[in-house]
Design a protein around this ligand. Structure first.
Ligand SMILES: [Mn+2]
Length: 214
């Protein structure tokens, strides 16, 4: 079975991970919708969480959030898993790259990690380059969706939509999410970032620390 959780934030919110490890079996796979927070802060807690997470001997695939050490995540060797390009952190844990489509247990998953952080994070010195999808990553997303004839089983993103309507020019991520809602056929869209467990409607669910089984 496939389980979904999100937003572990470097060990600050591990309820979903603990529930998953307690409830799931060896053959299951865990997908995390960003803000895992590996090597994010130079604290002993974060160092310990990173070491613990990387020691998990279970299949885990995650997308990135905004609160990640992106250069660290992209420092791992490139590999192929679930039919697409990944960064391989360990023999069982991979980071799924933005704009790609993966085949997991016979289902197709389009993924797009990252989003913009609020200004306070930069002021705190906790903002790494590459938090938001680049235009090239959106281009790759449109290309891969087109190869699938704009039809996938699931859409996984870190952020679904910004809470407030922005008067500014939409970012590549905002343009892409609007495009997917209007042009792509999917069974369900799961996103994290909001720290809530809530089904928004028949097609969209915000995931946090209550594992969802699909
Ligand atoms: Mn986030």
């Amino acid at each position: 079975m496939i389980y979904l959780i999100s937003d572990l934030h470097g060990g600050e919110s591990t309820r979903g991970l603990e529930k998953y490890l307690a409830e799931s079996g060896k053959g299951d796979i865990l997908l995390i919708l960003g803000d895992v927070g590996l090597a994010f802060e130079k604290t002993e807690e974060n160092r310990r969480f990173t070491e613990y997470f990387l020691s998990l001997d279970r299949p885990i695939a995650f997308i990135d959030g905004n609160h990640e050490n992106h250069p660290y995540l992209r420092s791992f060797p490139k590999d192929v898993a679930y039919g697409g390009p990944v960064y391989r952190l360990t023999s069982s844990i991979v980071y799924l790259q933005r704009g790609n489509i993966y085949e997991i247990e016979g289902k197709s998953f389009f993924v797009m990690g990252g989003c913009k952080s609020s200004a306070k994070w930069a002021e705190m010195g906790l903002l790494y380059p590459h938090e938001e999808p680049y235009a090239e990553e959106a281009v790759l997303a449109y290309k891969n969706l087109s190869l699938y004839k704009n039809r996938v089983d699931y859409v996984l993103t870190h952020q679904y939509k910004k809470n407030a309507e922005s008067a500014q020019i939409p970012s590549p991520l905002e343009e892409l999410t609007a495009y997917i809602d209007s042009n792509v056929s999917f069974t369900h869209w799961y996103a994290g970032h909001d720290h809530r467990n809530v089904k928004k409607d028949d097609l969209h669910t915000i995931v946090y620390d209550e594992p969802i089984i699909i």
